[in-house]
Write a protein that binds this ligand. Structure first.
Ligand SMILES: [Zn+2]
Length: 397
């Protein structure tokens, strides 16, 4: 197994402070040493100088929908949550399967090249599973149920079990059960899924429309359901917040990756922290859809586990979560930049269970990304979060 030392003007290991003029030693597919240039403890061998820029662990995008990659520009942005959902539903219904497959394959290839190692991918169809399995990405694919009519609960449960059982086994891609959201899946079905071990992914507390519907049973989401022919489905609004409702249904647990967390109050934050839920912040998606902004400092202060997700190309321009970290750095100028980079890497790895990713330390998988800079950056975080940094995957082995 060959050994190579990667050199860069900065190494950001994530589990400890940045190292100026840093070195990362890789043997085979593993990191074996991390430290500064000139450290007498450094193993010898050939050095590959990446030059001016920042070397860091590859990103983990904890919430995306790869199968929606062909919907770029097809759903209206900035007009609120429901018009966007309706746009997505219409575009998916009339969409071209071949086009969808080609754009999804393209998105996967870009992620591989641009410094992302792993994704938490939400899917209703699993049509792109083979492409994902043929790529170098690691993935948890959440097969997502969507069924508002309680009469369909048993049938939907059977459908999802069959699909998961039929999915090809793969060492880098795992299929888990997910559910869309508390306002689109019947409480009957959510309760059944919770009782049998729970779901791995859920959209939670994203839009004001969701909160309104769970509080009072009316508003734009109720009208949308009626337009979908679901107006007569009985639903007793729980009269509470999305987080408290999900908790009452038994859905909140440490393996849950809950996307958004925008519409939460102090009591919700305390519940999310206590249950150990990983909340995936999707700031670009939230901004583009106009649903509001997650209170990231308050979530951090409450001890909620945080990571980042791009959501789909139907709502954002790229699937690179460094772009989400950069937006948060602009929105919350007092946030610790190290915490933001951690969310984009180790936070996602922990949320999805990829224990060998997310930091640069001996024993971890050598999944590395490099953000080149014209001249050695004064501060690695300023460069990474500038909004102008672009990552390249560092090929090793
Ligand atoms: Zn989503």
């Amino acid at each position: 197994m060959g050994r190579v030392t990667l050199a860069a003007s900065w190494v950001v290991p994530v589990d400890r402070p940045p190292i100026r003029d840093g070195r990362v030693v890789v043997e085979g597919d593993r990191v074996t040493w991390v430290g500064p240039a000139g450290d007498p403890a450094a193993p010898g061998g050939p050095v590959r100088d990446l030059g001016s820029g920042v070397l860091l662990p590859s990103l983990v995008n904890a919430h995306t929908h790869l199968e929606l990659s062909h919907l770029r520009g097809l759903a209206p942005l900035g007009r609120g949550f429901v018009p966007w959902v309706e746009g997505v539903v219409a575009a998916r219904t009339s969409g071209d399967e071949e086009e969808a497959a080609a754009r999804t394959a393209e998105a996967i290839e870009l992620l591989e090249k641009r410094g992302t190692a792993a994704v938490g991918d939400v899917s209703n169809r699993l049509a792109h599973l083979d492409v994902l399995m043929d790529s170098r990405l690691r993935a948890v694919v959440f097969l997502e149920v969507l069924a508002w009519d309680p009469a369909r609960a048993a049938e939907t449960e059977r459908w999802v079990d069959e699909r998961i059982a039929a999915a090809r086994r793969h060492d880098r891609v795992e299929v888990r059960l997910g559910a869309h959201a508390p306002h689109s899946v019947s409480p009957e079905l959510l309760r059944r899924l919770a009782e049998r071990g729970g779901i791995g992914a859920l959209h939670l507390a994203e839009s004001p429309e969701e909160s309104r519907f769970l509080e009072h049973g009316d508003g734009a989401w109720a009208k949308f359901l009626a337009r979908r022919g679901l107006g007569a489905v009985p639903f007793a609004a729980p009269g509470t917040s999305p987080v408290r409702y999900a908790d009452d249904l038994g859905l909140l647990h440490p393996a849950l990756v809950a996307a958004h967390g925008v519409q939460v109050d102090a009591a919700d934050r305390e519940i999310l922290a206590r249950r150990g839920v990983s909340v995936v912040l999707c700031p670009r998606s939230n901004r583009n859809l106009g649903v509001g902004r997650a209170d990231v400092p308050a979530l951090l202060a409450a001890g909620v586990r945080l990571c980042l997700g791009s959501d789909s190309l139907a709502g954002v321009d790229t699937l690179d979560v460094l772009d989400d970290a950069a937006l948060l750095a602009r929105q919350f100028t007092d946030l610790d930049p190290a915490a933001l980079v951690r969310m984009a890497t180790a936070g996602g790895a922990e949320a999805l269970g990829f224990e060998d990713l997310g930091t640069l330390e001996p024993g971890k998988t050598a999944a590395l990304a490099f953000a080149a800079a014209e001249t050695p950056p004064e501060d690695p975080y300023t460069h990474l979060l500038s909004g102008a940094a672009s990552l390249q995957t560092v090929e090793v082995g």
